[in-house]
Design a protein around this ligand. Structure first.
Ligand code: HPA
Length: 265
């Protein structure tokens, strides 16, 4: 059986249009879903088993108000295997299941002094610094996918308006992808800021490319867990990322819940 067949058999009446991939520290969002039903990735052929502490590996189907939503609680990162296409099968499965929108969340390092740890940033564009693609080996002209408006302007402006209405400080900016898993050097952080990035992280970009190739709309939100290397005195570590994300997760969950409930599809 394919992963799609497993999902269709388990949830015969489901018609989710919105898929969410959760990044480090966004786990509380999964707890906010109503009527949750969980399928482990290990029961979904081809879904990856993430190996990072703090990253879960369940698909959760449920609702937020009148919206059916499917949450992927963890993603495969390029730094785990060297392959950028670890989320290709899951994203294509969700598209085949009917999902039209991919909402992505992540933890990121801030490059802007005004965007302090705990801040949220809607990604309005990205820089694929390593120039790695999950579409290597694809055939057909669809592989030459446009990356203009990769982060859907309409979804983003609605989400920004919602954040404003709630009094939540949310920025908009450019996300630069470094493969990791090592954190950046201070020089790499300075370079990213010079070329126009506002935040850096180790995910999201490959998934956006896969989703755009599948003609899904993308909305992505970064949670700043630290200032980029060399921009502050604090130590950067995975534990620090998780604890900062935890501290900010209430706002993050509130915003994302509202955004999804009010999405017009
Ligand atoms: N760099 C890369 N990825 C990250 C960071 C960072 O500073 N913080 C959280 N994820």
């Amino acid at each position: 059986m394919t992963a799609l067949e497993v999902l269709q058999q388990r949830f015969p009446n489901a018609k989710p249009k919105i898929a969410v991939i959760l990044g480090s520290g966004w786990g509380d969002f999964a707890k906010a879903i109503e009527n949750p039903q969980t399928v482990s990735y290990k029961d979904l052929p081809g879904f990856p088993l993430p190996s990072v502490q703090g990253h879960a590996s369940d698909l959760i189907y449920g609702t937020f108000g009148d919206k059916e939503v499917v949450i992927l609680t963890g993603r495969k990162h390029t730094y785990e295997t060297g392959d950028a296409d670890g989320m290709k099968l899951p994203i294509r499965t969700l598209k085949a299941w009917g999902c039209e929108v991919l909402v992505q969340t992540n933890a990121a390092g801030s490059l802007r002094p005004f965007m302090q740890p705990g801040s949220l940033m809607m990604i309005n564009d990205h820089i694929n610094l390593p120039q790695r693609s999950p579409l290597i080996g694809e055939t057909g002209s669809e592989r030459f996918v446009s990356m203009v408006n990769a982060y859907d302007a309409d979804l983003r402006s609605k989400a920004m308006a919602m954040a404003k209405a709630q009094g939540l400080p949310v920025y908009e900016g450019v996300y630069a992808w470094y493969v990791g898993p090592q954190f950046e050097t201070p020089a790499e952080i300075r370079m990213a800021a010079i070329v126009g990035a506002d935040a850096v992280g180790m995910s999201t970009v490959p998934e956006t490319i896969i989703a755009r190739h599948s003609q899904m709309k993308v909305l992505a939100i970064s949670l700043m867990t630290n200032m980029g290397a060399g921009l502050s005195e604090e130590n950067i570590s995975h534990a620090h990322t998780l604890s900062q994300a935890q501290a900010a997760s209430e706002n993050a969950t509130k915003l994302l819940t509202q955004v999804i409930q009010n999405m017009t599809l």
